[in-house]
Write a protein that binds this ligand. Structure first.
Ligand SMILES: Cc1cc2nc3c(=O)[nH]c(=O)nc-3n(C[C@H](O)[C@H](O)[C@H](O)COP(=O)(O)O)c2cc1C
Length: 231
């Protein structure tokens, strides 16, 4: 399986989202899956912000683009190809100010491309081209934004990711959200990381053998972990 793995935390060795995405890939290998990883650290290779030249070139039909427009779009073209070539996409990121890190938003702006990652069909619909790929979002959050928490209404990250990738054809992405990792006591942080690892193990098992395992249901897994921790 060819996996494009993208990390987006400003932190490096101390990053929880990076550690969790690495853990997930290790789990896939442990499960015996043969994986080829195409790695992108968007904090190092950050796609440029949308410029005027990009905004004009991207909506100019292919056969009307000047050499300068083609040059403007070249890096974005290459990024789209990497996504389209992959069988699965693993995106790991922290929540920053209730949404995605700006480097990941720059990535989204680079990979949302007419004629590449989405197309207009003959009957006038827009069709995303990433419908084939399995997609996993691993997010890390300082607060607890799960249902029932005072912060639950402030989650602008999950809907933004669902909208951006839904437009590209990703109908049913998987989310593993590690929370709370900062605004809580130590026990709650440890439990949040354990819960995330348990969910990732279930997702890995499902990717390796969809027939034998059920898709990971975050709420079911959460209940299991909570039941264990109460014993
Ligand atoms: C600039 C910045 C903004 C943050 N904003 C939020 C936020 O809005 N909500 C939240 O729950 N946590 C927020 N956090 C906390 C991080 O999401 C949390 O510590 C996360 O675990 C970091 O992931 P990492 O270890 O992969 O970097 C913020 C952290 C930073 C550095």
């Amino acid at each position: 399986m060819k996996i494009m793995h993208v990390d987006a935390s400003a932190k490096r060795e101390r990053s929880n989202s990076r550690a969790l995405s690495q853990h997930f890939l290790e789990r896939l290998r442990e499960e015996g899956l043969d994986i080829e990883v195409d790695y992108l650290d968007v904090t190092v290779d950050t796609p440029p912000h949308v410029s005027e030249a990009f905004a004009i070139a991207t909506y100019t039909p292919l056969d009307e683009r000047t050499p300068a427009m083609k040059a403007t779009l070249a890096a974005s073209d290459a990024l789209c190809k990497r996504l389209l070539d992959a069988d699965a996409l693993v995106f790991a990121m922290p929540m920053y100010n209730w949404s995605m890190p700006s480097v990941f938003k720059a990535f989204v702006d680079s990979i949302t491309r007419t004629g590449l990652t989405y197309v207009f069909t003959d009957d006038g619909r827009i069709e995303g081209r990433l419908a084939r790929q399995k997609v996993l979002f691993i997010t890390s959050r300082g607060a607890d934004l799960r249902a029932g928490s005072p912060y639950s209404s402030m989650d602008a990250l999950t809907p933004a990711l669902k909208a951006a990738f839904g437009f590209l054809g990703v109908a049913d992405p998987t989310f593993v959200d590690a929370q709370p990792l900062q605004f809580s006591d130590q026990a709650a942080r440890i439990e949040a990381l354990e819960r995330a690892r348990t969910e990732l193990a279930a997702v890995a098992a499902h990717w390796v053998n969809p027939a034998k395992s059920e898709p990971a249901s975050a709420s079911e897994l959460n209940n299991d972990v909570m039941a264990l921790s109460q014993e």
